[in-house]
Design a protein around this ligand. Structure first.
Ligand SMILES: [Zn+2]
Length: 214
């Protein structure tokens, strides 16, 4: 009897996992947060859970799509389905062949926002915080517009924090500048890091520019 119960339990788990996981090849990338998986000759459109990528016409919208493609296109992934959205798409966490998670990777590198309205995931929240602090990807922008606001028609935002008083540094040279310095302007957006105070910059091992003397 005991053995029978265990078998039943195992079968139960198996049924649940089969119903909630789609394993297949990524055959399409619609945008940074929506992909298509081919599994058993059926195509599934998957909306990545807990994240929201910039829209096509927003800064980093196209880049986010390219990054998602580079990370998963043509690869066999495992989509752990958490929900179905109002468009009938599966909402899922996508596990890459490396074992890493696509959703988390996109937030971590600044190609997606944590979609707080639909996700309370504290890990995603912390990844976004680090990406913001490090000014990775879309966070190079002082005032990026959340995609959910952009879709509602918001196209510009008043600066929350003025540029004056901030220090711009290069993660490559590890030198910090006044934002007005010619050298600072030459730092590529992806390599920029901002500091609120001089002390913060020095503490992180950054050196002051010889020319603008910040
Ligand atoms: Zn300088």
């Amino acid at each position: 009897m005991k053995q029978f119960t265990i078998t039943l339990l195992l079968l139960g788990c198996l049924a649940v996992s089969m119903a909630t996981t789609v394993t297949g090849k990524v055959v399409g990338v619609m945008d940074g947060d929506t992909i298509e998986i081919l599994s058993n000759r059926q195509t599934y459109r998957i909306r990545l859970d807990g994240i929201d990528c910039p829209e096509k016409n927003q800064a980093f919208g196209t880049v986010a799509k390219q990054v998602t493609s580079q990370l998963c296109f043509g690869m066999t992934v495992k989509a752990k389905v958490t929900d179905k959205d109002r468009y009938g798409r599966f909402v899922a966490r996508v596990i890459l062949p490396s074992g890493g998670e696509l959703n988390a990777t996109l937030i971590k590198n600044g190609y997606a926002w944590h979609y707080k309205q639909y996700s309370k995931d504290s890990y995603y929240a912390s990844l976004e915080t680090s990406a913001r602090i490090e000014r990775r990807g879309l966070w190079a922008d002082i005032n990026p517009i959340p995609p959910w606001e952009y879709r509602r028609g918001v196209t510009s935002k008043k600066a929350v924090s003025p540029i004056t008083g901030l220090y711009m540094a290069s993660v490559n040279s590890r030198v910090f500048h006044k934002p007005s310095c010619e050298q600072a302007k030459r730092i590529k957006a992806a390599n920029r890091r901002w500091f609120q105070t001089r002390v913060d910059a020095v503490k992180q091992g950054y050196k002051a520019c010889k020319y603008c003397k910040p």
